[in-house]
Design a protein around this ligand. Sequence first.
Ligand SMILES: C[S@@+](CC[C@H](N)C(=O)[O-])C[C@H]1O[C@@H](n2cnc3c(N)ncnc32)[C@H](O)[C@@H]1O
Length: 293
Amino acid sequence: MSFDYTRYLAAKTSMDDRALNRQVLSELSRLIPAEAPRVLEVGAGLGTMVARLLDWGVIDAGEYTLLDVDLQLLNNSRQWLSDWTATRGLCCEPLPDGLRVGDLRVRFEHAELGSFLDAGHGQPADVLIANAVLDLMDVPAVLPGLLRLLVPGGVYWFTSNYDGESIFEPEHPRDGQIMQAYHRDMDERVRYGRPAGDSRTGRHLFHQLRAAGAPPLSAGSSDWVVHSAPDGEYPHDEAYFLGSILRTVADALEDRVEPVELAEWVAERERQLASGELVYIAHQLDLVGRSPA
Ligand SMILES: C[S@@+](CC[C@H](N)C(=O)[O-])C[C@H]1O[C@@H](n2cnc3c(N)ncnc32)[C@H](O)[C@@H]1O
């Protein structure tokens, strides 16, 4: 299966909708400034979070910047968001650097986060969001710079932070070996010339945020739980999502697991996916708090 990252991120939306921790979300809603906040989302991908926050009534006005290193994704985001506004009957107007959706100005910022922070760009933000992103970063290195993007006392909402557990059911004798190698690959990953991952990002964020003077005010789990319906069909486009996860594991482990053993594990998981037997659970954590005042 070839891997279409835009489709993968769109397919992830229904899982995130179910998984995002509602108690942490309520705390975000309580903390977010009432009047036209300036929101920065890093690693924003296709922009599914801004759509969700509009849908859920968490924001309705102000400015929302989508920062991502992948220009193709940002270009696709323009189309995806326009299509999404049409399904909601929202007024959407193109702008040179983004879109106006009702009273919200959505801006696209093409940048690699580490370079963006090093360059000291960036207007102060009232709210900083990162969904399924910090586990791709060297958090101790980027966290102080990230928090400095916020106004003093500004709000961060760091969600879907991977936390050391991927479960595939039914059990397979090679699961332990495969997951150990997968986590080692995350821990040793380098992207854009920088360390880029920690398989236990979620739990480590508690003390990293405290050390940065921004301890979380609320935290909770946001595990992805994916299973088929009684008829064996996966909801929405979640079968595509699961296939992409299996491909991601296979690609990451190419040089870490015996090819025959890896191929046998992947083939069995793909067979279970095709028959609707495969269950996938990924443990993740959400945290919300304020930057140092
Ligand atoms: C797993 S995706 C999550 C996307 C989006 N937040 C979501 O949940 O749908 C990670 C995103 O982070 C972006 N990304 C990864 N490393 C980055 C970096 N160093 N600087 C900026 N963006 C980065 C990728 O291009 C990708 O869009």
